[in-house]
Design a protein around this ligand. Structure first.
Ligand code: G3H
Ligand code: 13P
Ligand code: ZN
Length: 307
């Protein structure tokens, strides 16, 4: 069943667990994530970035997600991830398909971010749609979500209090040392837990951790064995994600781990079975690997059995 972000994050906050938000771009990934949610009896957030919409179309992705959500008894949120383009965020709100949108004003000044987020919250709340906003800027270069090291900065707890009070956003994405993409750290992950604790004490809305992929070593090993050049990739450790959840993170964004699972599944299959040309066969193992990764995330975040 389709639900709003607020409804599942408020529950998660009270229950001291987090809900995974998984980036989806195609049918197979949507099916794989939903299979995991069913198997784990977990609430789930399916999110589409501006890049996903450019690739597959908003209406097309919405149709796939809504059919999957309708067939499922699990609470499913359909969320717009990193909406930077004001018109696109408004289109998502007015479409009636999304139950939640993120407005990413991290590249704007504090005042501009407040003003734009407020406008979006006013329109979204009229339609009972939740809004995630971002304060601070998370580093990392992806197709559509790209912040250089120079422009990245961590969230200020005092500013966070003012920002939430002024904008009335439903959830706040914060920067505490994670990055988008596969290459987050040279060695172990480093998160500013002191800052997270202060932000948690300053604001009353659920907090969101972006750039939270772990780059699991067995998936990385599989990718690299079959030719993918990600040997030096390093993600956030499960222990660090769990600690962040214990300090108030309620939504955890994962894209990279799904990408590398998809990549590993396809590379291995094509290597082992070079005679197969049927995409349905080729994509099967990739889908299964994504389901495994997502199930592990749901267990780790504590959302298994909560849907
Ligand atoms: O946070 C960003 C997501 O990983 C989306 O990446 O813009 O390449 O779809 P994308
Ligand atoms: P990862 O690149 O760590 O998977 O982060 C995804 C994300 O934050 C999507 O908004
Ligand atoms: Zn993100």
């Amino acid at each position: 069943m389709i639900v709003t972000l607020s409804s599942i994050l408020q529950k998660a906050r009270r229950g001291h667990y987090a809900v995974g938000a998984f980036n989806v771009n195609n049918l197979e990934t949507i099916q794989a994530v939903m299979d995991a949610a069913e198997a784990e009896r977990s609430p789930v957030i399916l999110q589409t970035s501006e890049g996903a919409i450019a690739y597959a179309g908003m209406e097309e992705l919405a149709a796939l997600v809504h059919v999957a959500a309708k067939k499922s008894k699990r609470p499913v949120v359909f969320h717009l991830d990193h909406g930077k383009n004001f018109d696109l965020v408004m289109e998502a709100i007015e479409s009636g398909w999304y139950t939640s949108v993120m407005f990413d004003g991290s590249a704007l000044s504090f005042e501009e971010n407040v003003a734009m987020t407020k406008k979006i919250v006013a329109c979204a709340h009229k339609r009972k749609i939740s809004v995630e906003a971002e304060l601070g800027a998370i580093a990392g270069i992806e197709d559509f979500v790209s912040v250089s090291e120079k422009n990245a900065h961590l969230t200020n707890p005092e500013q966070a209090r003012t920002f939430v009070a002024k904008t009335k956003c439903d959830a706040l994405a914060i920067a505490i040392g994670t990055r988008h993409g596969a290459f987050k750290y040279e060695h172990e992950s480093q998160l500013d837990f002191g800052r997270l604790k202060k932000i948690s004490e300053s604001v009353s809305v659920p907090l969101v951790l972006h750039g939270a992929s772990g780059v699991p070593s067995h998936i990385k090993a599989l990718c690299t064995k079959y030719g993918c050049e990600i040997a030096s990739a390093k993600g956030v450790s499960d222990a660090h994600v769990k600690k962040a959840v214990s300090l108030g993170i309620c939504k955890v964004n994962i894209d990279t781990d799904l990408r590398i699972a998809f990549d590993a599944g396809i590379r291995k299959f094509l290597h082992d079975k070079p005679e197969v040309i049927d995409p349905r066969e080729i994509l099967g193992p990739a889908k299964d690997l994504i389901t495994k990764v997502v199930r592990q995330k749901m267990k780790m975040l504590g959302s298994s059995g909560k849907g």
